[in-house]
Design a protein around this ligand. Sequence first.
Ligand code: SF4
Ligand code: SF4
Length: 199
Amino acid sequence: MKDTDIQIAKCYDLKVGKNTTGVRIMKPLATGLLPPPLALKWLMNQPVHSAVPGATAIEEAEENSLLGCSGGALTDQEQADLIDSKAYWDTRRCQMCGDCLPCPVGINLPMVLGTDVIYDHYRTMGPQGFRAFSWSRHAMEIELPKRKAHIQRIQSCTDCGQCEPRCPHGLAITDMLKARLPAMLDMVSVFEQLLASDS
Ligand code: SF4
Ligand code: SF4
């Protein structure tokens, strides 16, 4: 997935336990789409020095850290699960390649359908978890206008059908756009209410 960033950087080598210059993987869980045990164990078997999975709770960070220490080869079942997972996400996750562009009404499809960290938080936390999370006022004030602009862009889609035949992964782009709207509208509502109650 393109939303899993690969960087050459100073990092901590998981396997030998020391700092080095090597390959660092950002968003190794594709912002919450991939199960940590499988994704992190797979990475431990790759030529990777360090991985930086995000966590929204101490327990998640602890779980990720323990997985980083576990090592060991993937079992046959885990290999099979990985192949299934790849086949599933290959046709459901935007790879941010940009082949579907241009959109005549100017929707930046890779930006809308690819990595969208706050939307991904909503998806993984669920509406209640998202509302209960301790968002900073600063984060909400930055996010609100961007999210409203995102929503406006999605709502401007005319269903012209030009984008989908260009997508090499066969994504149902217009359905994916529409499917995001209820969550995005709820996110805006949550942030507006939290900001109002905090003022
Ligand atoms: S179907 Fe919608 S998103 Fe796709 S190119 Fe047309 S206006 Fe843009
Ligand atoms: S062509 Fe498909 S995978 Fe590539 S950016 Fe567009 S929607 Fe995403």
